[in-house]
Design a protein around this ligand. Structure first.
Ligand code: ZN
Length: 128
């Protein structure tokens, strides 16, 4: 594993961005990954069809939590149309390291929760 990206992931895991809850979210959704036990919940504030603010909470392995931290950074300010096009490859780009099949669900849990919360797309992003 590339040291730079591994350090990035550990840094996000130890000091996650956007962790917590919003006071009055427009959308709240919580999901889990039965393969690893990870849990991620997402709160979204939507204004003018954009993600005005976002928080996540939960617990689990470093990949699942770092991915949520990076994804929530990424979507802040995006339009919902832009968010809808995010897929498995975007998450893997953010993480920057090869993710094996066992860890793939960990990496994709936050995107799954996001899409399920906004559009009711209750599918794993690698199975769309
Ligand atoms: Zn995991």
């Amino acid at each position: 594993m590339d040291d730079f990206y591994r350090d990035e992931i550990l840094e996000h895991y130890r000091h996650p961005h956007n962790k917590g809850r919003l006071e009055q979210p427009d959308i709240t959704y919580e999901d889990h990954n039965p393969f690893c036990g990870d849990r991620i919940g997402i709160d979204l504030l939507i204004k003018d069809n954009r993600v005005a603010d976002v928080r996540f909470w939960g617990q689990g392995c470093a990949i699942s939590q770092a991915s949520a931290s990076m994804l929530t950074d990424e979507i802040k300010g995006m339009t919902l149309d832009e968010v809808k096009t995010l897929n498995k490859d975007d998450i893997l780009d953010l993480l920057g390291i090869p993710i094996g099949p066992v860890r793939l669900k960990c990496a994709l849990l936050s995107l799954k929760a996001l899409k399920a919360g906004v559009w009711g797309m209750d599918k794993w992003p690698d199975e769309e």
